[in-house]
Design a protein around this ligand. Structure first.
Ligand SMILES: NC(=O)c1ccc[n+]([C@@H]2O[C@H](COP(=O)([O-])OP(=O)(O)OC[C@H]3O[C@@H](n4cnc5c(N)ncnc54)[C@H](OP(=O)(O)O)[C@@H]3O)[C@@H](O)[C@H]2O)c1
Length: 332
């Protein structure tokens, strides 16, 4: 990680440098006022680039223990141009984390830079394409290992929209295949979160023809197909949880909220779902938990029992493997 977004121990207190701000925590004998802060403030704004220089000047000569604060984390959120992903990103940036956004196109990336200006970067990939989803994984891996990855991008309404390289409906690709590809290719994060939905409860549980290649376009209806895709992504999440030692893998129902996807009649609050995103991104929960399903307001939920069925999980993994040519390896 860069110095921006990191903190360093300094005589028992520490400074955290982020967004060219010097923020004081637990001040010891040196106070924020030593660096020009007003009585009321513990934050000093710094000119661009001065953050890193000041960090080195302040921390190196004192030769006290210098360490990265565990609370400052590097996060990737897919589909963070709108809705839950954008709001979670904004809040995590405000909390001084290093947040990478993801947009489907350069145009959407340019728009989101103005909506979440403190983000560390925006990765661009259309998650209806195998090649672009692979490129997203490569670009994320070039940044380094993420503490937390939230696989949030999702689609609900609309026609079949056959994806060119697989023939799978766009919604099913975004909701199931893209998370599979990213699970296969991303360097192992500490926490991996799949955004699912309570609508997995409405799904057909037979786990057949999950990519609509047999039934085809004429039988496709977006709402039931969405419910099925959310069951399938939860089965995938639990299959990943069984394979990835050392990663806390979770799935989430974020609430029914009036985003572009949720529609206008929705009754839940965006901030309640975002609270769960922030908790999972920061790791503010028992991280020995894996294969767990969360709801809004940080609550652990009760998923449909079939989500624990290993046979159904492996059917989803095998279907994803066959269509992408990628194997979901077991990681240590
Ligand atoms: N809202 C609800 O009531 C609700 C309930 C349960 C679960 N969820 C889940 O919560 C997650 C976030 O949904 P939301 O409500 O925040 O919806 P949203 O506001 O529509 O956001 C969805 C995000 O996914 C991105 N996305 C969609 N298709 C993409 C593609 N082909 N390539 C790249 N990015 C793509 C969107 O990009 P654009 O901005 O460019 O479209 C947007 O950033 C989804 O997984 C959804 O299924 C939502």
């Amino acid at each position: 990680m860069d110095n921006a977004g990191e903190g360093r121990i300094l005589r028992g207190g520490y400074i955290a440098l982020s967004m060219n701000q010097l923020r004081w925590r637990d001040p010891p004998d040196i106070t924020p006022q030593s660096f020009g802060a007003s009585d009321q403030s513990d934050v000093i704004s710094l000119p661009s680039g001065l953050g890193n220089i000041l960090s080195n000047k302040l921390c190196a000569p004192l030769s006290f223990q210098s360490t990265t604060l565990s609370k400052m984390v590097r996060i990737l959120i897919t589909g963070s141009t709108d809705g839950f992903g954008l709001e979670a990103a904004r809040q995590l940036v405000q909390r001084n984390h290093t947040v990478y956004l993801h947009a489907r196109s350069q145009e959407r990336a340019d728009e989101v830079k103005t909506k979440c200006p403190g983000a560390a970067g925006v990765l661009v990939a259309d998650l209806t394409s195998v090649a672009e989803t692979r490129k997203l994984a490569e670009e994320a891996n070039a940044i380094g290992v993420f503490d937390s990855v939230i696989l949030n991008a999702g689609l609900l309404y609309g026609p079949f929209r056959k994806t060119p390289d697989t023939g799978v409906p766009a919604m099913v690709f975004v909701n199931v295949i893209a998370p599979y590809i990213l699970s296969c290719l991303l360097k192992q994060p500490k926490r991996l979160t799949f955004i699912a939905s309570v609508l997995h409860r409405e799904a057909n549980t037979d786990v057949k023809d999950i990519f609509w290649l047999e039934r085809g376009e004429n039988h496709f209806q977006d709402f039931p197909a969405y419910c099925d895709s959310k069951l399938h992504v939860m089965l995938l999440a639990n299959a990943v949880a069984r394979r990835f030692n050392g990663t806390s893998v979770t799935s989430v129902h974020p609430g029914w909220v009036a985003t572009k996807l949720g529609g206008q009649g929705a009754t839940d609050k965006l901030e309640d779902g975002v609270e769960t995103y922030v908790m999972l991104a920061e790791g503010d929960y028992d991280q020995t938990l894996t294969g767990v399903y969360f709801e809004p307001k940080r609550k652990i939920g009760e998923p449909l029992p079939v989500t624990a069925d290993e046979n159904s999980q492996e059917i989803v993994v095998k279907a994803c493997e066959d269509i992408t040519g990628l194997k979901l390896a077991a990681w240590d």
